[in-house]
Design a protein around this ligand. Structure first.
Ligand code: SAH
Length: 326
């Protein structure tokens, strides 16, 4: 704006159009002169996402979007309604290179990282399409957020910027499979977001079988990094544990997990595993989920069982993909 001889406040006006009013075209920025709008349209472009496919769950009104990016690649986002407000699960990469055996997002490999604007756009286009405000964001879609560190940090800064969308960091959850050095880096930024760790097993033997990342960063190192995160931020960590029938849902697994997590300021989120076509993993039986949860509670650990949304449209955890065939 300075180069164009425009006053400083134009920058703020444009920022507000983009981040508060979700416009997708310079032409809609009506408090700028017609000439400036034309100049901007000629010289710049807005990196908007297109809805390529949209599925609405018949069970719970969850909406899954397949968004097309400028280069033709696609990612999925999921809009969910909870009692406390609307929530969106966004993707951070096209594909994923973490290779977790139970997760569909990694099956077609990794293509590239998303830019901050491609993450913001998933929120803004979904708000525009549903006509509803989003109050919570979870970075739990396709991709490993900490494998796209700088772009994710830029996204967090923009979405919580006071002149823009101004979403409180406490309304944002970042989920990671456990990239230990990046957890230390994140801790040092002292953000107020919730950190969620995909643990899924109580010991290294079991975890390494389903999550290759564990071969590089074993549980002991991961939990040490979590302790550091808690110290630095004073925030409680949330551990995710997908219960797979006959794999990690026995009584001894619960006891081993409880012993490991007891010293930490944490919360455990149990998720009966969602089925994907590449694997014959089955969700634990209801009584096993209850038993597992009780055993953790008896050790003084805070537990919730995640309600699964959007299962009929393959929109549940671990079911997101970057193609449009599912
Ligand atoms: N890469 C990040 C974020 C994406 S996955 C991470 O690993 O945390 C979001 C959550 O869904 C993670 O906890 C992941 O482990 C879990 N998940 C993956 N596949 C699943 C499945 N089939 N059933 C239940 N949860 C699954």
């Amino acid at each position: 704006m300075e180069q164009k001889g425009q006053p400083n406040f134009r920058t703020k006006q444009i920022f507000e159009w983009l981040h508060k009013r979700n416009v997708s075209d310079f032409g809609q920025m009506t408090n700028l002169s017609a000439q400036l709008r034309e100049e901007l349209s000629a010289e710049f472009y807005l990196n908007c996402l297109k809805i390529k496919k949209k599925l609405v769950s018949r069970i719970d009104d969850t909406v899954k979007y397949l968004y097309e990016l400028q280069d033709g690649e696609c990612v999925e986002s999921v809009f969910m309604k909870y009692q406390y407000g609307n929530s969106i699960c966004i993707s951070t990469q096209v594909g994923c290179r973490m290779g977790c055996s139970f997760c569909a997002s990694t099956k077609a490999g990794f293509v590239r990282c998303l830019t901050p604007s491609e993450m913001l756009e998933q929120v803004y286009r979904t708000e525009q399409d549903t006509g509803q405000k989003i109050s919570n964001i979870v970075l739990m879609g396709i991709g490993e957020p900490l494998d796209n560190f700088e772009n994710v940090m830029a996204f967090l800064e923009l979405i919580s910027h006071p002149s823009g969308r101004n979403l409180g960091q406490r309304h944002i959850t970042l989920s990671t499979c456990g990239l230990v050095p990046r957890i230390y880096e994140l801790a040092d930024r002292k953000l107020q977001i919730t950190l969620s760790i995909s643990l899924h097993a109580p010991n290294n033997t079991m975890r390494s079988k389903t999550m290759p990342v564990n071969l590089k960063y074993p549980i002991e190192e991961l939990l040490e990094a979590c302790c550091y995160y808690i110290q630095q931020t004073n925030r409680r960590i949330s551990f995710e544990y997908a219960l797979i029938k006959g794999v990690n849902d026995r009584e001894q697994d619960a006891n081993e997990l409880a012993a490991r997590l007891k010293p930490l300021l944490c919360h455990v989120n149990l998720i009966p595993v969602n089925e994907i076509k590449e694997r014959d993993y089955q969700a634990s039986k209801k009584q096993n989920v209850i038993r597992f949860s009780r055993l953790l509670e008896q050790s003084g650990i805070n537990v919730t069982v995640r309600r699964t949304l959007g299962q009929d449209i393959n929109a549940a955890c671990g079911q997101l993909r970057r193609d449009n065939r599912s």
